[in-house]
Design a protein around this ligand. Sequence first.
Ligand code: FES
Length: 272
Amino acid sequence: MKSEDYGQGQAFQVEKRTVFSTEWLPVCAEGQIGAAGDFFSATIGGWGVVAVRDGQGTVRVLRNACRHQNMPVVGVPAGKCETFRCRFHGWTYDLAGRFVTAPAPVAPADTGTPEVNLISFAIARAAGLVFFNLAGKAGAPDLDVRLPAYGGTVATEIACNWKVLVEHLLLEHPAGSQDFIWLWPLLTLRRAGTLAILEQVVPHTFLRSRLLTHLFGGAAEEHRVSGELIKQACERLQADRIAGRMASSDNNLVADFHRRLAAVYAEAAAAT
Ligand code: FES
């Protein structure tokens, strides 16, 4: 890995077109959208998405881009609603993303075509989380685990590249531990006694990431301090990467992470 892979937008654009366009990516805990009309929006790997539970309990992940002029339909991180009304010109969609109505001056000529519905992604549910896949990949994330009851989520905003955060999580919990699982690219699961802690990395931009710490078997708020410690560590590590000090690949999981990224970059370079 090179310093610029952590500090320049070009690497992030490659990752957006490759890793984040093909892999199963976690959006949120199912418990964060537990009731009909609950939604959760985020920019994940550069893609704006909304996870929502409809009146029948079906969970969907929709692209957060209005079919009128491509503006974000949802402008808040989470909430509850009966329809999504775009604040720009009023196109309105139901919770399945289907076009419902629009003011006459901006209404589409053909309201029956799928082109007016929000784009809906393939979804999967595993380990109490909702995942989406832009490429419509078959199957589901390889994460067949049983967890205790969902206890909440803590969000921590971190001024670092997403790879710094992943490396830190992998280095903190060495390979071979029975109590630790890494799901490429963005999720770790750690068990501590009766607790299960899922750390979800959300790459917003190349220098901004969010850590969602999902607690199962305990209360999330008790883990706010550990989120803050991870933030401080990662912001220091980000400065290290920019200065050319890379993560040690002695750790098998970090070495595997770097191997996968190198393969992705090589593939992208060969395609251009
Ligand atoms: S961009 Fe959404 S209604 Fe115009």
